[in-house]
Design a protein around this ligand. Structure first.
Ligand code: OSB
Ligand code: MG
Length: 371
């Protein structure tokens, strides 16, 4: 595919409610929309870093820099065959997986549109709707958390994840468990603890949780192995799995029993499929993580989650859980069985609301190939 032009839109969208994790609180979601034009087609991709380096080291600022100064020059005006070709070119750029993944997503959108196939078809997805849950940020108190959880359960979410941090862990999780004895419940610490905290966290093991997500350091795998040895509840890794190689390390070290797959974190959809396949071979269940995506990234997550080993509900909630107004014309809705439909149109299967995109854009950079 001849890459004729690339534009990068740094956007900021108001969330319907603030989202608080162990690393910070967001009221507006920043990300970068990548738009690539090629041979009469337009491909869209979403780079998901936030404004601040809380989840990992990338930010919208670092991603803009890596995109404009390194990734764009490697592909603009050239013929990019496929995702393998793209990954080979960007392999000389260390890290910056969220930046790379946004471009790969746009290339997949183009590949699908050219072939007249959805991403689900291109990846070999096996389901037309995927089971989803909701990720609830830290609330004012355990009582307000229970009220928020009750509201989402009433809306039809059959799986709830709550964010925890030191001082807001066992009490919060116990309160939700007490209010909902049979709810599929899990917690996510976003790297807020160390092995010294095991005694504090031990009561979580008695709450019948689906999993405990990323309790320890974001660059750690070995200590998670030590923690898993002491816990009955499966440990799930998010931040630590930054590539298929890291997934293999975690499996070999028995550092977790579940992996949360985010295409962005592992450097692109092609890498995410590799992590999926590796986990399938090793009988490790996976689920699709989320980064508060716009409709563009949400479509991508749904396509990925249609692969066979995504057997746990994903953090891919309905559009109205995040944004009153989105940049896609399509909005994703929750079905009565706690699922969301996988888009069936060519590529990502979404279209852009140009007016909304314009209103949310803070900065736009465009690059056109010399003909
Ligand atoms: O750790 O899974 C995470 C959001 C931003 C950054 C990290 C995480 C999250 C979520 C939200 O948990 C998932 C979603 O609903 O998109
Ligand atoms: Mg997480």
């Amino acid at each position: 595919m001849k890459i004729e032009s690339i534009s990068l839109h740094h956007i900021s969208m108001p969330l319907v409610a603030p989202f608080e994790t162990s690393f910070g609180r967001e009221t507006d979601r920043e990300c970068i929309l990548v738009i690539i034009k090629s041979e009469g087609l337009i491909g869209y991709g979403e780079c998901v870093p936030s404004r601040d380096p809380g989840y990992n080291y990338e930010t919208t600022g670092t991603a803009m820099h890596i995109l404009k100064d390194f990734i764009v020059p490697l592909i603009l005006g050239t013929d990019v065959k496929d995702a393998v070709d793209f990954q080979e070119r960007v392999s000389r750029i260390r890290g910056h997986h969220l930046a790379k993944a946004g471009v790969e997503m746009a290339l997949w959108d183009l590949l699908g549109k050219r072939a007249g196939k959805s991403l689900r078809e291109l990846f070999g997805g096996v389901r037309e709707k995927v089971e989803v849950g909701v990720s609830i940020g830290i609330q004012e108190s355990a009582q307000s958390l229970v009220r928020t959880a009750a509201d989402f359960v009433k809306q039809g979410y059959a799986r709830v994840k709550i964010k925890i941090k030191p001082g807001r862990d066992v009490e919060d999780a116990s309160a939700v468990r007490q209010a909902f004895p049979n709810l599929r419940l899990q917690v996510d610490a976003n790297s807020a603890y160390s092995l010294n905290d095991m005694q504090t966290l031990k009561p979580l093991d008695k709450l019948n949780l689906l999993l405990i997500e990323q309790p320890l350091f974001e660059d750690d795998i070995w200590d998670h192995h030590k923690m898993q040895e002491q816990f009955e509840t499966p440990i799930c890794l998010d931040e630590s799995i930054v590539s298929p190689r890291h997934a293999r390390y975690a499996i070999e070290m028995k550092a977790c029993r579940v992996i949360n797959i985010k295409a962005a974190r592992v450097g692109g959809l092609s890498q995410a499929v590799m992590v999926h396949d590796l986990c399938l071979e090793n009988k490790l269940p996976v689920w699709c993580g989320g980064m508060l995506e716009t409709g563009v990234g949400r479509a991508s997550n749904l396509a990925l989650a249609s692969l066979p080993n995504f057997v746990l509900p994903g953090d891919v909630s309905a559009s109205d859980r995040y944004y009153a107004r989105d940049i896609t014309n399509e909005r994703f809705v929750l079905n009565a069985d706690s699922t969301i439909d996988v888009p069936g149109g060519a590529g990502l299967g979404v279209t852009i609301n140009e007016k909304a995109l314009k209103d949310f854009t803070l900065l736009e950079l465009s690059f056109v190939a010399k003909s």
